[in-house]
Design a protein around this ligand. Structure first.
Ligand code: FAD
Length: 434
């Protein structure tokens, strides 16, 4: 196998692993990256929006070559009932800027490109290689890994666990607990292929402009969850996800929810006549700040989804993964430059950098949100969408009924459904959001 010792071994070639490998290799560190998939991205799933700013901090000229689908100029938020949706819609020509802020991507292509960038800086990538065990020295410090390939262990000063939410290395080695069912969502996604001009006509786009629809409401049958629709060049990604603990208690399945979403009268025309070529299911960490495990120790750090670094409120994950990978790489480089050891005290620099960044600041801001969404799911995802939809229908339907009576009807409906709970709901949401 490999006899030489590395400065760092990175587990995983997803967003976090590639960011860490690139950051360290481009600063001259000797980096080995292990990926269990046939190629980087072969097992990875995202809606997916790429947040350019975070990638630009790693690969400044990524727009020259990265496989980007469409730059996003429009976002719709839909509050859904069985027959209707009430929407909020933001579209701006400001997003048609020289350096667009958000793009859609397809991870199987994107991750391959990203891993190639790390390789071009000198990182060695081994695919179809699963890290199965961490090697420790007599003092318990992690000093390398054993893989499923023949041969002995591979040694390094530090191991970067960027193995994603499903990764078993960290949990088996008791570096982090197995995420609980209440802290992970199960999402399913399909890719619907259509000619680009059909996508552009249906979403009112031109050229490489793209749009996003995020939807909540009765489609999740009273569970905390979201549906999404993203435009790619020649396909539409459509999916839905809900907490695993909610699925366990319900009669429904992710596939059933996706079917309901696809058949909704607001959605069906957008994907009509398309050819489905891909179906994927994946977990998303949604426990938020309170579920973030210890992220560093003697000879190891954890990045990305493996560390629950995912902002479910804003549906951001890849940017937190890339940033945590980059910061881990920068911290390791600084420690190495000072010729210090990769012990827990020195690697706490990584956590300090995360604390100072948007990653942990954002998660901390929403620390009470996961619990609120879970405990108030019936109200937020069933009762309110129905009330809002009824109010809108009442407001818009012209039927000779005096407007004053219509307003009274609407207030009566809200009072009947939630009573004084309305004030409590508003207070709870404001407190969790602040
Ligand atoms: C349906 C869906 C939609 C999403 N949409 C968005 C979105 O629009 N925008 C956004 O920002 N985020 C989105 N996310 C979240 C985003 O995909 C994740 O936050 C991101 O992929 C996390 O990156 P990561 O590198 O931490 O983990 P991953 O991308 O999961 O990468 C982990 C890698 O480690 C490898 N690996 C695991 N164990 C081992 C091992 N023992 N040995 C070797 N290799 C191993 C895996 O094969 C994998 O390649 C979405 C997620 C899902 C499921």
């Amino acid at each position: 196998m490999i006899d030489e010792k590395f400065d760092a071994i990175v587990i995983g070639a997803g967003m976090a692993g590639n960011a860490a490998a690139y950051t360290m290799a481009s600063r001259g560190l000797k980096v080995l990256q292990l990926e269990r998939g046939e190629y980087p991205g072969s097992k990875n799933v995202q809606g997916g929006i790429l947040y350019a700013d975070m990638l630009e901090k790693i690969v400044p000229d990524f727009r020259d070559e990265a496989p980007l689908e469409r730059r996003l100029i429009e976002q719709r938020f839909w509050f859904m009932t069985d027959k209707a949706h009430t929407g909020m819609h933001y579209r701006s020509d400001e997003f048609n800027e020289e350096r667009p802020n958000r793009y859609t991507i397809i991870r199987s292509q994107f991750d391959r490109w990203f891993a190639r960038q790390a390789q071009s800086k000198g990182a060695i990538l081994l695919c179809e290689t699963t890290a199965i065990e961490l090697i420790r020295d007599a003092y318990g410090k992690v000093v390398g890994v054993r893989t499923d390939r023949s041969g002995g262990p591979i040694h390094a000063d530090v191991v970067v666990l960027a193995e994603g939410v499903n990764g078993l290395l960290g949990t088996r080695s008791e570096l982090r607990p197995r995420p609980s069912a209440a802290h992970v969502a199960l999402a399913v996604k399909e890719m619907h292929f259509l000619p680009p001009e059909v996508i552009e006509a249906r979403f009112n786009l031109k050229g490489d402009e793209g749009a996003v629809i995020e939807a909540a409401g009765t489609i999740s049958e009273g569970m905390a969850g979201m549906g999404f629709i993203y435009t790619n060049k020649e396909s539409i990604s459509i999916g839905i996800g809900c907490l695993v603990s909610d699925f366990a208690e319900s009669e429904t399945s992710p596939a059933k929810l996706l079917d309901i979403f696809k058949k909704h009268p607001s959605v069906a025309p957008l994907i009509a006549g398309s050819e489905v070529k891909e179906y994927a299911a994946h977990l998303i960490p949604e426990g938020g700040y309170k579920a973030v495990p210890q992220l560093f120790g003697d000879g190891w750090v954890i990045c990305g989804d493996a560390g629950q670094l995912n902002n479910a409120v804003h549906r951001e994950g890849s940017n937190l993964a890339m940033t945590s990978g980059r910061l881990a790489g920068e911290a390791i480089f600084q420690i190495k430059s000072r010729r210090e050891t990769m012990n827990k005290a020195n690697l706490s620099l990584y956590k300090k950098m995360l604390d100072d960044s948007f990653v942990l600041k954002d998660l901390k801001k929403y620390k009470d949100m996961p619990e609120l969404l879970h405990t108030q799911a019936q109200n937020l995802f069933l009762t309110y969408p129905q009330l809002v939809s009824k109010a809108m229908e009442n407001f818009l339907r012209v039927d000779g009924k005096p407007k004053i009576d219509k307003e009274k009807d609407t207030f009566r409906n809200f009072r009947k459904a939630r009573g004084f709970g309305l004030i409590g709901d508003a207070f709870r949401i404001a407190r969790a959001w602040r």
